[in-house]
Write a protein that binds this ligand. Structure first.
Ligand code: PEP
Ligand code: MN
Length: 342
């Protein structure tokens, strides 16, 4: 159920409706838009009988929501959500007119590795630095990440270079730590349907970058995001990172068509990861151009100064100098679309 408020409804009127909803043991999510505030209701197991709610002052109408997701839906909010990421060098916005770029190594390996990459990335204009301290690897014998000491290295990068930090949490324990050290919590493809982790991310204070599971349908992807919003964290960015298909020339098939499909159904921003999406260095630039052209709200790109020595995903990592060229090119594409790159 969705309660649509009049555009001139007062804060008290919105609060009164929320209190009524909560008095019934349900959860009210007031989502302000430019034209109106909509209040999503969760916590119900079937149709909600809210009786007199439509007669509350300031209410236009109550609409039943039949889709399996509600808070992520365009029905709740017509305009694009713009997510704010606080970084030591100022706020970075994602969504609407704003395109956010994220770059850095697949994994945090050493302080020297991260500092070298961060130093070279600084002049490209990118504001968000990525790097996994917890690596969910397919083989238990592959490098699993440095854990807490990796997070400490990231926080030094944050301090020294002013980048906002995007890093993955793989379970509730690592999420507690990521929340302490980073600026964005990444939930990886392999955990897209780890529902207890999604709920924990929904109670976190930081924005969440949710990657699409490697065989997730669009509805499954949106419902995973719904888990996070339903717990009260509305700052969610989606990320397309390629899906499994019969195609055998790429690590994954980057599903760029999902970008306009998400935009039709949801107000949430969607980034694209051309690195995991293709698995090959030479495909990262062309697919980055295409992603921005198709309407992506940002790119997540793996960059390493010595890809041949990387402990993970060297084959798909580009050099900092190649990333600088990527920034120049996508900047021009963004301009055509009258969007700002940050
Ligand atoms: C990553 O971005 O570090 C990562 C592990 O990607 P994915 O979860 O998409 O495989
Ligand atoms: Mn990787």
């Amino acid at each position: 159920m969705l309660v649509v408020m009049q555009s001139n409804a007062t804060e008290e009127q919105v609060r009164a409706v929320c209190e009524r909803i909560e008095s019934l043991g349900l959860k009210a999510h007031a989502i302000p838009g430019t034209g109106r505030t909509a209040i999503g209701i969760t916590g119900n197991s079937g149709a909600v009988d809210l009786g007199t709610l439509e007669s509350f002052p300031g209410v236009i109408e109550c609409i039943p929501v039949t889709k399996p997701y509600k808070l992520v839906s365009r029905d709740v909010k017509k305009e694009d959500s713009v997510i704010k990421i606080s970084t030591p060098s100022g706020d970075v916005f994602v969504g609407g007119q704003h395109i956010a770029m994220v770059a850095g190594p697949c994994a945090v390996e050493t302080e020297e590795q991260c500092f070298t990459i961060a130093e070279q990335l600084q002049s490209t204009g990118v504001k968000l630095f990525r790097g996994g301290a917890y690596k969910p690897r397919t083989s238990p014998y592959s490098f699993q990440g440095l854990g807490l000491s990796g997070l400490k290295i990231l926080s030094m990068v944050r301090k020294k270079y002013g980048f906002g930090i995007v890093t993955e949490a793989i379970d509730n324990e690592s999420l507690d730590l990521v929340e302490e050290y980073a600026d964005v919590i990444q939930i990886g493809a392999r955990n897209m349907q780890n529902f207890s982790l999604l709920k924990r991310a929904g109670r976190a204070k930081l924005p969440v970058l949710l990657k699409r599971g490697m065989s997730a349908t669009l509805d499954e992807f949106l419902m995973a995001a719904e888990y996070i919003l339903s717990e009260g964290n509305y700052n969610v960015m989606l990320c397309e990172r390629g899906v499994r298909t019969f195609s055998d020339f790429s690590r994954n098939t980057l599903d760029l068509a999902v970008v306009p499909a998400v935009k039709k159904r949801s107000h949430l921003p969607i980034l694209v990861d051309p690195s995991h999406g293709t698995g090959k260095r030479h495909k990262v630039l062309p697919l980055s151009r295409a992603a921005i052209a198709v309407g992506a709200d940002g790119l997540l790109v793996e960059v390493h100064h010595q890809p041949e020595k990387a402990l993970s995903d060297g084959i798909q990592s580009i050099l900092p100098s190649e990333y600088a060229e990527l920034m120049r090119e996508v900047q021009q594409i963004a301009q055509v679309l009258r969007r700002h790159l940050n």
